[in-house]
Design a protein around this ligand. Structure first.
Ligand code: AMP
Length: 116
């Protein structure tokens, strides 16, 4: 998969982002339109447009690293103890706008259920 989105430009540092974590495989940066006091996007550097392109046999380590990074950032942002929410939107009904797989890390306030 090689579809480019604005996130590819952020990965290549062609457009600015408030980056909070970077490794060889993962980038995390603050959402430009935060929905909570802490709202960070955790993305793989390879392009997987949606959850539907994720294969356990190929991407298990990458997904594991995304969860590790979420936990690390939650501690860094001081939201780990009170709890947080991880969201991955998929396609139209899931409310996905950017077709580059990303995990939203949301925290710093009480979340509601069911989500909108
Ligand atoms: P989704 O609706 O799950 O595809 O989420 C896409 C998210 O990307 C939204 O929360 C946007 O606010 C966020 N976003 C879009 N462009 C940027 C950008 N340039 N920098 C940071 N976040 C962005």
């Amino acid at each position: 998969m090689s579809e480019e989105t604005i996130f590819s430009k952020i990965i290549r540092k062609e457009i600015p982002a408030d980056i909070v974590y970077e490794s060889d495989n993962i980038l995390a940066f603050r959402d430009i339109n935060p929905q909570a006091p802490v709202h960070i996007l955790i993305i793989p550097k390879i392009v997987l447009p949606t959850v539907r392109e994720v294969k356990g046999s190929e991407h298990a380590l990458l997904l594991g690293e995304m969860y590790d990074v979420a936990n690390k950032i939650a501690v860094q942002e001081d939201i780990a103890a009170d709890g947080f929410r991880l969201v991955v939107n998929c396609d139209k009904n899931g409310g996905q706008d950017v077709y580059h797989l990303h995990m939203h890390l949301l925290g710093g306030r009480q979340m509601k259920w069911p989500p909108g």
